[in-house]
Design a binder for this molecule. Structure first.
Ligand code: NI
Length: 192
């Protein structure tokens, strides 16, 4: 109850997410230099707050939001190689990531796909089909100060990272679905 009251009183960050009809979503974002300025850092925190609020049913209803767990700068029209993730854990807390200039340094051969289909806050329509993703990846990235970090991700988080890295390269998940055969090779992948 306490959480409900405090969360509902939170102000929704002023974030405008571009729809897929905006061509800029298909541009490749450029690398960020360090240290990252305060304005950019604050935007990252606002994006995380927005995602967390979007995953709260009551707030989502109040503000008419679609739930999202990841957001890239390009989705706000800023072509910088940064994305954030807020992944709700079973205990209701959030696993938060701010990822700058990422590079996949290793990936599993095993492929997975999201059974109910991937979603994207920039794609406001129903899309049929599956997107093949690596089940496990290792990512190199940087923090605000420019320190190099490494993270391993699997399952949902691995899919989210790959989806967001695609955004940095101007690719939407819908671009990865085979138009003629949206469920192509399904039998060779594991469903999430
Ligand atoms: Ni997306």
């Amino acid at each position: 109850m306490v959480k409900y009251v405090s969360v509902i009183a939170m102000k929704l960050p002023n974030i405008k997410i571009l729809d897929e009809k905006h061509k800029i979503l298909h541009t490749k974002s450029t690398e960020v230099s360090f240290p990252v300025d305060k304005k950019t850092q604050d935007l990252c925190y606002d994006m995380i707050k927005y995602l967390e609020m979007s995953q709260d049913e009551k707030i989502a209803e109040k503000y008419n939001l679609r739930a999202g767990m990841g957001l890239a700068f390009i989705q706000m029209g800023i072509p910088k190689r940064i994305f954030v993730i807020a992944n709700e854990e079973d205990d209701g807390t959030f696993d938060e990531h701010i990822i700058i200039n990422p590079k996949i340094i290793s990936q599993s051969e095993e492929l997975i796909y999201v059974g109910e289909g991937e979603g994207c806050l920039s794609v406001n329509r129903e899309v049929e089909g599956i997107v093949p993703r690596c089940a496990r990846i290792t990512l190199e990235y940087y923090d605000f100060e420019g320190h190099k970090k490494t993270i391993r991700a699997r399952e949902d988080l691995a899919v989210a990272f790959q989806h967001e890295i695609d955004h940095l390269n101007g690719i939407l998940f819908v671009d990865r679905i085979d138009k003629k055969d949206p469920f192509k090779n399904k039998e060779n992948m594991r469903e999430l």
